[in-house]
Write a protein that binds this ligand. Sequence first.
Ligand SMILES: Nc1ncnc2c1ncn2[C@@H]1O[C@H](COP(=O)(O)OP(=O)(O)OP(=O)(O)O)[C@@H](O)[C@H]1O
Ligand SMILES: [Mg+2]
Length: 264
Amino acid sequence: MHKIGIINHKGGVGKSTLTGNLGAFLNKSKKKVILIDMDPQASLTMSLGFKPDNIDKNIAEMMTNIIENKPFDIRDYILRNEEDILLIPSGQELTKIELLLHQEIGREYILKKALKQLNDFSFDFILVDPPPFISLITVNILSYVEQALIPISPDFLSYKAFDILSDSLNNIRNKTNSQLEIIGIVFNFADLRTFHAKDVMDITKKTLGDDIYIFKSIIRAHTGIKEAQIKGQSILTYDPKSIGSKDYENFVNEFLEVVNSGKE
Ligand SMILES: Nc1ncnc2c1ncn2[C@@H]1O[C@H](COP(=O)(O)OP(=O)(O)OP(=O)(O)O)[C@@H](O)[C@H]1O
Ligand SMILES: [Mg+2]
């Protein structure tokens, strides 16, 4: 079982888009996958065709159960969309959890406790989509996952953002999750006409370390990817022959090779 966080503290680099589409393509490859939306803005939940306001049983309620010591069955929180993608949805109540967490003992591990029941269902992949800000919610995610996949958008590149990300990963390794490993970096929104691949890779390696894997497959900017989300679909269902689908297909093949070559 791979517990993976799609991590980058910078907003708008494509974390939720990557989580949803990676989930769809892994599903197609017959992998057993579940997605966890941890952003109060619930973009992932919406991009899978759900309306967060109509859902009570979300990740925030589940974490409240842990905080209040109430028993629950995790199956009541799992939604299945029209494409057969499994999701634990989010909602804006998650902002209240952030406040509650501050006064909790063991506050870094509330998500880990909440998701413990997933261990009984033999998932191949658990993918967690974080919010775009550093918070106790992000610390909970980084203390739960075993691996991080980092989407980067070359247009949004900045040394500062890399420094912050690198500090935060090191901090987590030192304090709550020494096993956390980085699967690699995937470039999203890459425009091949203006994309100075070598410069970007050099900056990346310099800041995050030489041994970090950089995916050869890149995901180009493609409007179909956005249109699909508006319809509540993955690019695979919305337009299977599009550039977006091809890029994701290549990326997911490489992703499977990389994760399977590492330890299970
Ligand atoms: N390869 C792509 N081509 C075109 N549009 C994309 C692509 N990837 C993401 N987008 C669009 O860019 C916007 C930001 O993407 P997304 O919401 O996935 O980023 P995020 O990192 O999750 O943002 P946040 O930090 O706010 O959670 C969305 O409107 C999405 O549809
Ligand atoms: Mg997002």
